[in-house]
Design a binder for this molecule. Sequence first.
Ligand code: ATP
Ligand code: MN
Length: 536
Amino acid sequence: MINHTQAAKTISLEQYGIKNAKVNYQLSPDQLHDITIEKNQGVEASSKALAVNTGEFTGRSPKDRFIVKDDITKDRVWWGNINIPFDSDKFEKLYDKVVNYLSEKEVFVRDSYACADENYKLNIRVINEYPWSNMFAYNMFLRPTEEELKNFSPEWTIVNAPSFMADPEVDGTRQHNFAILDFTRKIALIGGTGYTGEIKKGIFSALNFVLPVFKNTLPMHCSANVGKDGDTAIFFGLSGTGKTTLSTDPDRSLIGDDEHGWTSENTVFNFEGGCYAKVINLSEEQEPEIYSAIKKGAILENVIMNEAGEVDFKDTSITQNTRVSYPIYHIENIQVPSIGKNPKNIFFLTADAFGVLPPISKLTPGQAAYHFISGYTAKVAGTEAGIDEPLPSFSACFGAPFMPLHPAKYAEMLSKKMKEAGVNVWLVNTGWTGGPYGVGTRMKLKYTRAMISAAMDGSLEAANKDNYHIHSVFGVQQPRTCPNVPTEVLSPRSTWNNDEGYYKTAYKLSDSFRDNFKKFESYANQEIIEGAPNVR
Ligand code: ATP
Ligand code: MN
């Protein structure tokens, strides 16, 4: 099933305007691993994983992500500072510059696809300047078989040139780096940044447009897994809230860790073929599955190692956003193919640094839609400035930077699907307890896992059949007891030991929710409006 052999064939890139390139077509991950080391672009860690530095950029650059405004997109995309328009002619010119830049060079090309469901399969050709970026594409996209490669015809093309620098004045970019989607030419053009996440999120953004518009399928920024009884669970959440961590569960088969589609045939499928996990503070004890996935074939990004090649996962001197990518089969318990049935449980994960949201609560359909549109999490401000006030952060659909359409479009589809499927929706605070960031502590991972298990196996419902407590500020149903979780942890107020401070902070967060929601009010019905938190 896994194809490690090098395809004997090579291909010409003349049709892309890339001339006289030395084309390395469809190299195996082992070959790419070795070439990266030969070229001094990476080293091997003691785990045998490849370790690279992505350069100037160690995260995505949302302000430099553009969509070409053309006949397909002009009346459909929700234009603004998230979906920034790019001129068609400018795109042509910049594309020509990038392919000229790649001409005469050694390049790495890989044919792959997205979408684990045959009916939605999107063939992708990835053209990379660097071998490790091409290995990332092997890890993260789906891998065609030898047979499928014979008649492979690419639909989308990713052209990825990290060392190409744009000239903003001439090229129409904001600065030297850019990630631009052209839906007419079906090209993702990425330059000036080596951050690999741009590659996967480029295709994600393309699918987030194509699937709802043309295929009646809801794309979701979520992880998914399935239990022994075939019950699917999906986990929405912004970066760092726990999608990857919590979906990687030894008792449940992993469908995928970041991007899924919910079809009109009542299935959920993974877009990807791999995982991209944060490794900050990773420990073997707390996250054994992810820890063990870091082996030959995996790519560590921007980590610090000692002389022996051992990674110090606590070291954030390059970035907080240290990562590892690996093909999904590095995880033992996976669903093959990466498809599940309609979800039975949906979890909205939020890392509430104010420490006021309950660690788990149940939502009504109106609240579910409200929270989906809001997409709340919190950011903790940089410690260097001495500020430790958390900042609320709202990102519609728990993934606004990747959603080309208006959030209401995705919200409508989700509400409809949730009702049809009769799914339970839970809000899970994986953030702070016992006080805000700086005072309290992060919720223990083992408690979050226990709460999620209890929600999924029905024991939370059974234990709270007659009396969930309705939270006086957020209106959500807060369980009074939960198996394997100390009772006092379930009530954030009681963990604070300071009622006045608690309510002050809770209402402050409630105000932020309401301020943020104003721009969506005209799209929301009465049921959704009533899902809002209460005012003072
Ligand atoms: P991204 O969209 O950027 O991939 P993500 O939602 O997948 O983000 P994770 O990679 O799962 O986020 O990151 C969650 C981080 O928080 C991990 O480093 C995990 O160890 C840590 N963590 C600490 N406490 C908890 C908790 N109670 N629940 C979940 N994660 C926790
Ligand atoms: Mn993740």
